[in-house]
Design a protein around this ligand. Structure first.
Ligand code: ATP
Ligand code: TYD
Length: 237
């Protein structure tokens, strides 16, 4: 398939329609890094290709475990072919270890292993700063059709978390937390969409707790690309 028109440019990706079929999009992974709702920005040559490969590997693993995804195939270093979906405007987050905004919001000590996996929703709205929502907020905003869709998203992220937590543990990485997005295809099926990469997950080394994700950029720790390369190396090991 070939690129037609750029229909959207986000902070990390460009989305292109295809010349051949309106049900598909070509995703281009950019080298830009952003944090704090776009306030901190940088470029890291090669980051887009790393996220494309990492996300493709993870989506293939999930597909093998019966998770339905929008990924069709990786096209080249920076491009994927995906099924076009209507994105459900929720960031669905799972947390195994407390860090980031959770520690600030609730005063839980950074690094505390949570007694069970915490699932949260944020509303995808940059102008509002992606606020955290409960089920009733999500229903009032009509982010989903009904409670059963919210329950489906929660059950799906818990399944995905179990698959990924076990997979990364075998690679010497703790899956601290992550964000995913879902969308509906033209037949109304809910599919996992967007990406799963060190931009949208937190990975800590099992032995040293070294951060191998976008927190290296958020916190100005340096070594962003080396960390993403390490994640890919471990996935492929
Ligand atoms: P945000 O993380 O808040 O979405 P963004 O828009 O800057 O910010 P990018 O990853 O740069 O994020 O842009 C990709 C956009 O494409 C996102 O809005 C995402 O929801 C959307 N998207 C991802 N996969 C699909 C898909 N299969 N079909 C339609 N839209 C998709
Ligand atoms: P969180 O601790 O809520 O955010 P912050 O980066 O502000 O501390 O993030 C939880 C996880 O979800 C983390 O792995 C990053 C990911 N995430 C995103 O990728 N995009 C987002 O917009 C949000 C809110 C989280």
């Amino acid at each position: 398939m070939t690129k037609n028109e750029m229909i959207y440019e986000g902070k990390a990706k460009k989305m292109w329609s295809t010349k051949e079929c309106e049900d598909y999009l070509i995703v281009e992974f950019k080298d830009s890094l952003t944090a704090f709702n776009g306030e901190k920005k940088s470029e890291e040559v090669g980051k887009g290709a790393l996220n494309n490969k990492i996300s493709t590997e993870i989506f293939h693993l999930l597909e093998k475990n019966y998770i339905k995804t929008a990924l069709v195939e990786m096209i080249d270093d920076n491009h994927q072919l995906v099924k076009k979906v209507d994105i459900i405007p929720l960031e669905v987050i799972a947390r195994n270890i407390a860090t980031g905004s959770l520690t600030k919001r609730l005063g839980i000590k950074d690094g505390t292993v949570l007694p069970f996996t915490l699932v949260e929703f944020c509303y995808k709205d940059d102008d509002l700063g992606d606020p955290i929502l409960n089920d009733e907020h999500a229903l009032i905003l009509k982010a989903v059709k009904d409670q059963s869709e919210l329950d489906y998203l929660k059950a799906e992220i818990r399944k995905i978390n179990e698959i990924l937590k076990d997979f990364f543990a075998k690679k010497g990485l703790k899956l601290v937390d992550f964000k995913i997005e879902f969308g509906k295809d033209k037949d109304g099926n809910i599919l996992l969409a967007d990406e799963i990469s060190p931009d949208s997950c937190r990975f800590w080394d099992m032995e040293t707790n070294e951060k191998l994700d976008k927190d290296r950029f958020r916190q100005g720790l340096g070594g962003v690309k080396v960390a993403y390369e390490e994640v890919l190396k471990r996935i492929l090991s």
